[in-house]
Design a protein around this ligand. Structure first.
Ligand code: HEM
Length: 505
């Protein structure tokens, strides 16, 4: 090893050992839930899988009960494994459980400290959350686009049933692009493909243990030229910014040419908030909306399709209602106005969020900002908390027959409250800012898909619903056969949807 190598190693060993020792000493003077045994210094960092952490964390919940503690480098994580404790801490004490731990790689280097989802609970977060709230709560704004794009979705399924996964991604992306940039996206749009790529890069890097500096944030104090992870992070940052900037540039160009549709982007660029933002901050507002708005609905639609193929009994019950409202012979497509009568579809969407929560299998970490006590435990400020989404969703103490896709479980008084009965959007003040849009995206799309198409397993490739991958690099996460319910349904799609394929903006 050369002199520089030895120097880096020396610094790293010193910083890592020092921060581990500090965290060890601090935790020893508090009282934490049962600690999962790990190795010195790195704790459980090498035990947690890089992806699909849900089943791993559920096994630990089965063993340790409602809470357990893990050590990822110098970060102490407490997993909350029941709705009861999530409610008690992350909901009721949200004022002190809503910050984020430091992520020097994924937030600092890869996002220029500008990704809202990783921001500490501070003024900057509040300002951005207000902007997100304004754009994401007016459901009327989204309804016409969801109507149009879900017709395009049916058309794409009719013409290219094998491309169902890409069609779902295009659908979700085109809704948000229409609202934010006033433009539609096409199947295989290279810009959309690249957007999903940058999102996957972010998600891959966000998993605990993947980046040493996120496990030991103290390493961020190393001189920059000694941070061997930095060049990779900076490359991802540049690539991500380029993808976001392309959309903003297109918007500005079209505004100048006078042929840009009014949209969030045109108004946003004139606001006083934007005047006070850096280029990176501005681009990450656009980027967050594009990314968060596209992937989540794509994944949820996929989960419901997997649920339809593996537990087909509920599809029959959904069809009884759909046919009663829209006709037994493909008379018309489900519409927004049918929502009150299509209660079962609303329950299907909720079950889709609950069933295999693979958008955030082990929740999203928040950081406690003040020492706290709970049921005999004492947590130091700085402890990271997360709701163990997979363990809760699949616990028989929480749900009857939890592995089954069974929308009927949600046919109760809380049906009209999309956040009640599952944790897919997260708890407390960091609850997903786009839950209304997400729920509606999925509702209209799945109502129409279930009315027109059958989803069955491919006999040689059965779906293992417990291991549906989260990140798939553009390929469908499982195989499924998509077929038309009848010729009459094909005729309905041709009659009602072909027109939208010619609309361009
Ligand atoms: C379709 C289903 C969706 C699901 C299941 C989902 C899930 C989540 C989850 C689990 C979080 C983290 C919550 C936490 O930290 O406690 C989150 C945060 C967020 N989501 Fe969603 N999301 C969805 C749709 C959307 C859409 C459509 C948008 C916007 C277009 C969006 C924008 C955001 C934003 C901005 C945050 C960060 C909030 C913050 O940190 O304050 N989401 N979402």
């Amino acid at each position: 090893m050369n002199v520089t190598g030895t120097l880096i190693l020396g610094f790293v060993v010193f910083f890592v050992a020092q921060s581990w020792f500090r965290s060890f000493r601090k935790n020893a003077s508090y009282k934490l839930p049962p600690v999962v045994p790990g190795i010195p210094i790195f704790g459980n960092t090498f035990q947690i899988p890089a992806l699909q952490q849900g089943p791993w964390a559920k096994k630990l919940a089965d063993k340790y009960g409602e809470m357990f503690t893990c050590q990822f480098g110098s970060q102490t994580w407490v997993f909350l494994n029941s709705s009861r404790v999530v409610n008690d801490l992350m909901e009721r004490r949200a004022a002190i459980y809503s910050s984020r731990p430091p992520f020097p790689m994924t937030q600092g280097i890869m996002s220029g400290n500008s990704r809202i989802v990783l921001m500490p609970y501070n003024e900057e977060w509040r300002t951005l959350r207000k902007i997100m709230h304004q754009i994401l709560t007016s459901t009327k704004l989204y309804m016409p686009f969801e109507d149009l794009e879900s017709k395009q979705l049916l058309w794409d399924y009719l013409e290219k049933p094998d491309r169902w996964w890409s069609a779902n991604g295009r659908y979700a992306n085109s809704v948000i692009m229409s609202v934010i940039f006033g433009r539609r996206s096409l199947l295989d749009d290279p810009d959309v493909v690249e957007l999903f790529e940058t999102l996957e890069l972010f998600l891959e890097n966000q998993q605990p243990g993947v980046n040493i500096v996120d496990a030991f944030p103290v390493l961020d104090r190393l001189p920059k030229r000694l941070q061997w992870w930095r060049p990779r992070g900076e490359r991802i940052f540049e690539k991500t910014k380029k993808v976001y900037a392309r959309e903003e540039e297109r918007l500005r160009r079209k505004m100048k040419e006078g042929n840009q549709k009014e949209c969030f982007g045109t108004a946003f660029l004139q606001t006083k908030e934007v005047a006070g933002m850096s280029e990176t901050q501005r681009l990450f507002v656009f980027g967050t909306l594009m990314e968060a708005g596209s992937d989540t609905s794509r994944v949820t639609l996929g989960q419901i399709i997997a649920g339809a193929a593996t537990y087909p009994d509920w599809v029959e019950r959904a069809r009884v209602q759909l046919d009663a409202v829209c006709g037994h012979h493909a008379e018309r497509l489900p519409q927004w106005e049918d929502r009150d009568q299509l209660r079962y579809i609303t329950a299907v969407v909720k079950e889709g969020f609950r069933w295999r929560p693979n958008i955030a299998e082990i929740g999203a970490p928040t950081m406690l900002i003040k020492d706290d006590e709970y049921e005999g435990y004492r947590f130091p400020a700085g402890t990271v908390f997360t709701w163990n989404a997979w363990a809760i969703a699949l616990s028989p103490d929480e749900y009857e027959d939890p592995e089954r896709f069974w929308p009927d479980r949600f046919l109760n008084d809380d049906l009209a409250s999309p956040l009640k009965g599952h944790w897919a959007f997260g708890p407390g003040r960091r609850v997903c800012a786009g839950w209304k849009v997400g729920e509606m995206n999925v509702w209209i799309a799945i109502a129409r898909l279930l009315y027109c198409f059958d989803f069955t397993q491919v006999p040689e490739k059965p779906i293992d619903t417990m291991t549906i991958p989260q990140l798939t690099k553009h390929t469908a996460p499982f195989d499924v056969k998509v077929s038309l319910r009848s010729e009459a349904h094909a005729a309905l799609i041709r009659r009602d949807c072909e027109e939208v394929t010619r609309i361009q903006y």
